[in-house]
Design a protein around this ligand. Structure first.
Ligand code: DQA
Length: 149
């Protein structure tokens, strides 16, 4: 696959999709999410790779890697969304390099607890998709393809 390249990054606890609060996050597993991303990327002519970590340092390093290798980013920072300035600063480098960064949330954080209503990442994201379940990752890939396809 030689189209635009995209790193799809998932933060803490997202490996537990399927069994983690299914009433909030649905029944799709992380493996289902990977399959959805691969299917959608193939359809859109994108080369996408999905990675997940519970570790902030991994996510920061992968954002640096995206900048250094010219890859767009779809990121669900999970709980780091709400307080990680390190992640926010690394995410800012992506836009600074002329690459697209889409922030994704499976749930709609604005409809939940007050602490979820603030994202430190959104101000440096190209755009945000939230509240559409795992389908949000497909929508985010469509946004990348629309901008760079
Ligand atoms: C989440 C929302 C966050 O508030 C939460 O900490 C998550 C998942 C979502 O995808 O809806 O872990 O990012």
């Amino acid at each position: 696959m030689s189209g635009p390249r995209v790193l799809v990054l998932n933060g803490p606890n997202l490996q537990r999709l399927g069994t983690r609060e299914p009433e909030v996050y649905g029944h799709a597993t992380h493996a289902d999410l990977v399959a959805l991303v691969e299917r959608t990327a193939a359809e859109l002519g994108l080369a996408a790779e999905v990675r997940q970590s519970d570790d902030e340092a991994d996510l920061v390093r992968w954002l640096h890697e995206a900048v250094d290798t010219g890859r767009h980013v779809v990121i669900n920072p999970a709980a780091f969304t709400h307080y990680s300035y390190a992640l926010r600063d690394a995410a800012a480098l992506v836009g600074g390099a002329g690459l697209t960064l889409v922030e994704v949330h499976i749930s709609n954080p604005h409809a939940r607890e007050a602490f979820r209503r603030h994202s430190v990442v959104s101000p440096v994201a190209t755009g945000v998709v939230a509240g559409f379940g795992t389908e949000g990752y497909a929508l985010a890939l469509r946004a990348v393809a629309a901008r760079h396809g």
